[in-house]
Design a protein around this ligand. Structure first.
Ligand SMILES: [Zn+2]
Length: 458
């Protein structure tokens, strides 16, 4: 029997309005006017709660296989489900083996089987010397590739220079698959770090860490990537843009039609360097969280569309690796754990700045879906797409506690954050996978079985 999901506030691509979504066989069959419910359909009327498309997070580090004690498919995808994320795309570096050839991709697929509460896909990796492996990964259905222009933190995932990038882009040209790049180059970071060490800087201070990763590292990397995207006419995607100083370069590139897209992350939109305590290494990520004026410039670039999307870059580690006892920013693992919180975090920031929910659906669902080759199937409430929904209460105010974190280790800079908006239910392909009401699932609100599956590009 068909089901109908109805609300006075449905976030459709053309705007937010009352509507009824007719669902059958895991997909949205039709978008109808509110109240236009077939006589034989089962109605789920959510009143004034918002119906959003299931979110797509194209930047997540799951760490399985090989570092499952850091994070894993089961914990990461449950955190995603609780946060309204119905599709995530896993990064290729923190797992062992790193996803840089088809054998490693097969190992990841085997590790994930039966353990995912949401749908997922895997980026392939571009590292020094693996250009010949890219065609195999492409044939195996990865939606694109990720590379680093600086040490990644993982010795087995080797960063690339311009020569390596040229070899990779030669292979990717014409495939339509994007190359995602961690856009910091080593030179400015090495020079800044050497200067700080020469003057005996205190590595417990956040200001020291921030100074060690200057804006110039991002700007130089982005200038190189723009030039290559233009020369090879091949899409390049800048992950986790943190420095607003790179925005003018990106604006000029976009205006002359260079195929370059840009994401920023929830942490760069929420926190500011001025507010980060010395020694608080749960805030460490790279590039670093910059100042409050920079944060507002990132919001402005989202408003104009220069920044296309918002992801989490969820990158957890065992708590001991954050070295909180010493509080040394140079020794702590770089990565912020946040999967499941981005929707209320970004929405709270948007509400303060006067944005509407339509923009949120574009930034956190439609655009990441497009990047991952999933447009039409994920990221929008349209006929033919998978029936992935978030039932969202945009008004409720709440404070983040450890009980709200569903990823493996309950360490996050968002603990204690006062947020607005709460995920009430998450639906994956027509079935509820999470409810913010323990009477509708197990104690934490999740369904008992994992029904997510891999989205293989065809
Ligand atoms: Zn990352």
């Amino acid at each position: 029997m068909a089901e109908v999901f109805q609300s006075t506030s449905v976030v459709l691509p053309e705007g937010v309005r009352p509507a009824a979504l007719l669902v059958g066989e895991e997909r949205i069959a039709e978008v109808r006017a509110w109240g236009d419910v077939p006589a034989n359909a089962e109605l789920r009327d959510y009143g004034d709660l918002v119906l959003l498309p299931g979110l797509v997070d194209s930047h997540v580090h799951i760490n399985e296989p090989g570092r499952t004690e850091w994070e894993g498919f089961a914990t990461a995808t449950r955190a995603a489900a609780a946060g309204g994320v119905t599709t995530l795309v896993d990064m290729p570096l923190n797992c062992v083996p790193e996803t840089t050839d088809v054998e490693a991709l097969a190992a990841k697929r085997a590790a994930a089987a039966g353990k995912t509460w949401v749908d997922w896909a895997a980026w392939g990796g571009v590292v020094r010397g693996n250009a010949e492996a890219l065609a195999g990964l492409e044939d195996s259905g990865v939606p694109g590739f990720k590379c680093f222009l600086i040490h990644s933190g993982i010795d087995g995932f080797c960063w690339v220079d311009e020569g390596d990038l040229r070899k990779a882009l030669e292979k990717l040209r014409g495939t339509g698959l994007p190359l995602l790049a961690h856009a910091e180059v080593a030179g400015p970071v090495e020079r800044a770090t050497a200067g700080l060490n020469a003057e005996g800087a205190d590595w417990r201070r956040y200001a020291t860490y921030l100074a060690s990763r200057p804006d110039a590292a991002e700007v130089e990397a982005i200038a190189l990537l723009i030039g290559l995207a233009e020369e090879f006419d091949t899409p390049i995607h800048i992950v986790h843009l943190a420095s607003a100083e790179a925005l003018p370069l990106l604006k000029a590139a976009r205006e002359r039609g260079v195929p370059i897209t840009v994401e920023t992350c929830a942490q760069y939109l929420w926190f500011a360097a001025e507010e980060i305590a010395d020694g608080a290494t749960e805030f460490k990520c790279a590039p670093p969280i910059r100042g409050a004026a920079n944060r507002e410039a990132l919001w402005a670039a989202l408003e104009t569309g220069l920044i296309d999307m918002v992801t989490t870059d969820h990158s957890p580690c065992p708590p001991a690796m954050k070295r909180r006892d010493e509080g040394r920013w140079d020794l702590a693992w770089g990565g912020i754990a946040s999967l499941g919180l981005a929707l209320p975090v970004v929405w709270t920031g948007m509400a303060r700045r006067g944005f509407g929910l339509g923009r949120l659906a574009a930034w956190m669902a439609a655009e990441p879906a497009r990047l991952a080759g999933l447009a039409g199937r994920k990221g929008a409430l349209v006929a033919g797409a998978d029936a992935d929904f978030v039932v969202f209460d945009p008004e409720t105010e709440w404070t983040v506690t450890a009980a709200d974190l569903h990823f493996r280790h309950k360490v996050s800079p968002y603990l204690g954050a006062k947020l607005r908006g709460r995920v009430k239910e998450t639906w994956l392909r027509g079935a509820r996978v999470f409810a913010d009401d323990a009477t509708q699932g197990n104690a934490a609100g999740f369904t008992s079985s994992a029904r997510g599956s891999e989205l293989v590009r065809r």
